[in-house]
Write a protein that binds this ligand. Structure first.
Ligand SMILES: [Fe+2]
Length: 467
């Protein structure tokens, strides 16, 4: 004998609601959502999403990113395999017959026994804002045509970012990307918080998996820029097989516009995009005092003009505030170095990955400690950012399910599910944020918030999800 099915459902619903409410009463939520415990598995090499485009020397792995500091340039990258081919890009504005040409450059690299294809990078400059451009690559052989839409001018304009991290190339990764594409929020640019292909999980870092990843994500990143952050899976440091140059595949394949922000390395840099000033930091490059990254950030933060770009967003790979038993405190040394600056300059939001789960923090800081005063607890601080861990893209390493208990007070919402998020900046005061888990419908937000700008409307953000 058992309970009728509906009664069982009601029973579990009640238990779930009780659990939710008990936590919510304390302002903290560890989601009670229960997902199927299935291991994430990489898609096989013959998966349709890895298909090589047809045609002689057809460009593949086409991707774009911002190419300057203020959003009027785009770097177009692609790979040809049979022949070096042309690095020229032909592009034009929608409804215009005037065609432009840009010349680029080609690079190759070897990694252990792997030899890359011809990797092309061409920058399209002096683009008009808010404009749809078509572009063609593969000139002289097989031409492929794509398009992108440039951002609004730098200033107080609405704009929507997607947030994806630790994506990899598993069946779950594909699910995450599909959910992002189908999300009615319509992300216009992806802020990617590191760990792209996970090729380094294969024997000798099989770089064929960098190629498959490039073909997999082309369906999004050929049409809208992804802003790159370097994660630990981009390091590819393997001296045991003679590969001692860190970040070799990543730097050859995924350029960043770092020189435009006076950075000296592609792993830390900044861009302006519409209403946002975005600073990308490098968790795996030196960041201590006197280092190039430290000196750059020290000079960079005072340059941010919040009248011009109301929203200040920081991307990094290793999170500072994380309450999972994975990578716990790995971001601590960088937090100690830079957190006082984040509070001083009123960073609105910090997005990180690395931990393969989702978590959103309260607005907290932990900057009072001076070794002898004992003040080493995170405290509520409305000048501090909200820290969001969005490393739940779905890679083959699987979910981080083991959380520290009890949930620390700095943690507002946490759930071990694959997914992505969107940030809809509406104006200089309000931004709507939503986290989507892959098991739900495309429009469903499992965690949603209105964030208020720290300079223009620094009211207390409610800690508890509106969902
Ligand atoms: Fe990572």
């Amino acid at each position: 004998m058992g309970l009728p099915r509906t009664s069982v459902c009601h029973f579990f619903t009640v238990i779930a609601l009780v659990g939710f409410c008990l936590n919510a009463a304390y302002g903290k939520i560890t989601s009670v959502y229960v997902r199927a415990d299935v291991k994430a598995v990489d898609m096989p090499l013959d998966a349709d999403v890895f298909r090589v485009p047809p045609g002689y020397n057809a460009p593949q792995q086409v991707h774009i990113t911002q190419g300057d500091h203020d959003g009027k340039a785009v770097i177009v990258s692609w790979v040809t395999t049979e022949h070096r081919g042309s690095s020229e890009v032909i592009y034009w504005k929608e409804h215009s017959r005037k065609h432009y040409k840009a010349k680029g450059e080609v690079t190759t690299y070897k990694y252990y026994t792997y030899s890359s294809g011809f990797i092309h990078h061409t920058t399209l400059k002096n683009l008009e804002y808010n404009t749809k451009y078509y572009y063609q690559v593969g000139i002289g052989h097989t031409i492929r045509t794509f398009w992108f839409i440039t951002p609004p001018p730098v200033g107080d304009f609405p704009y929507t970012f997607g947030l994806i991290g630790d994506l990899g190339q598993s069946f779950d990764s594909n699910n995450t990307l599909t959910h992002y594409e189908q999300n009615p929020s319509k992300g216009q640019t992806v802020l990617f918080v590191g760990d792209l292909s996970y090729a380094d999980n294969y024997p000798n870092h099989d770089n064929v998996r960098w190629d498959t990843w490039g073909r997999f994500v082309e369906r999004s990143v050929a049409y809208q820029p992804w802003i790159w952050t370097a994660g630990n899976h981009e390091i590819d440091f393997a001296p045991e097989i003679g590969e001692g140059e860190p970040f070799k595949p990543f730097t050859h394949r995924y350029p960043t516009p770092y020189k435009a922000s006076n950075s000296t390395a592609p792993f830390w840099y900044s861009i302006k995009r519409g209403p946002a000033y975005i600073i990308v930091l490098a968790s795996y490059s030196a960041y201590g005092k006197y280092t190039p990254q430290y000196k750059w950030l020290e000079e960079e933060l005072p340059k941010v003009n919040r009248s011009e770009t109301p929203w200040l967003i920081v991307l990094m790979h290793s999170p500072w505030y994380n309450s999972y038993n994975y990578h716990y405190m790995e971001g601590e040394t960088m937090r100690v170095m830079y957190e006082p600056w984040f509070v001083k300059y009123k960073v609105d939001l910090v997005f990180a990955g690395h931990v393969h789960a989702y978590e959103r923090s309260e607005r907290v800081s932990n900057i009072a400690y001076n070794i002898v005063n004992g003040l080493c607890q995170p405290i509520s601080d409305q000048s501090a950012p909200v820290y969001i861990t969005i490393g739940d893209g779905g890679n083959l390493e699987g979910l981080a399910t083991n959380m520290t208990q009890p949930q620390p007070h700095y943690s507002a919402f946490r759930e071990a599910s694959f997914g992505h998020a969107t940030l809809e900046i509406k104006n200089r005061t309000h931004a709507r944020y939503g986290w989507h888990r892959n098991q739900d419908g495309f429009a469903f937000e499992a965690d949603s918030m209105w964030f208020h700008n720290r300079v223009w409307y620094p009211v207390e953000d409610s800690a508890v999800s509106k969902s």
